[in-house]
Design a protein around this ligand. Sequence first.
Ligand SMILES: [Zn+2]
Length: 339
Amino acid sequence: MSSPLDLVVFDEERLDQHGSGGLHPERPERLIAARRALEGRDFDRVAGREATHDELQRVHTQEYLGRLELIRNQRGYLDSDTYFVEQSVDLARLAAGGCLALTERSMASNAVGVALARPPGHHARPNGAMGFCLLNNAALAAAHARALGAERVFIFDWDVHHGNGTEEAFFSDPHVLYSSLHQSPFYPGTGHMGDVGRLDGTGFNINVPLLGGCGDAEYLSALERVILPIATAFAPDFLIISAGFDASARDPLGQMILSDDSFGWMAASLVTATLPSTHGRALMVLEGGYDLQGLELGLRAAIDGLTLARQGFKMPVSRSDATIDRCVRKLRPYWPELR
Ligand SMILES: [Zn+2]
């Protein structure tokens, strides 16, 4: 077994001030649950900072950043389910900045970063908020890693929802590969397997849309047959996991039935597959996950896996299905290593 990788964490209690005050699923208690997953571990912390305007505009448009400036110190909704309160814009910049600080640390010292980020990010589009998300933390971290010299960044998104914002940010970019396992049909309605990227980015956008009701066996098959061979062949300098825990069987929003341990073996297999090129440079960013126990236990396993601190996860027997077969056929023109 490899020795455990060093762990660096971004966690700011100020982020708990982002809350609707009502019964919204994206609530401050999520980070309190996430913190329990850190108990009993050795790790360093990085201090938070607000992402700068220049850093934000690597992903987001001037027009959208201008709209966010206008809602500072106000309350309301940016779309039908994306609330903001007086502090939200500053806190979103702080969460994004924490992801950037972790990216710097990881790139410099080959440590594994974990960002307890709220509001989440992967639905945030270059030109707008969406789906509880204001700023796209994972996309901003990928752009930051590129600015710091990473030639190739691999993003794997296991949130139950497709990360449409991240996909959109890098759809024509061959240097940042976005890959996602998600429930489909489901919110936000994107993430079709034929959406493989465009222009120079063609072949560098990987969607594996799975029917609701899938669990560990199908996820393991999708990793073994699609995600891991591509991750190894792509040979990234930096790995980002968009870690939502709403594909957990415990989650009230998603219909997937993943076990708590699944997040551990998924993280460990991604880190291991990319270790020859990343040398441990990795970042895990919190996305969704709305059952507090599912979030805590999934994140605990994920950190164990990400840092290679634990073996012996309860593994399923892999079970392929017609969707995964179709994905392999669709992607093989770009990735001949797929079987
Ligand atoms: Zn989600």
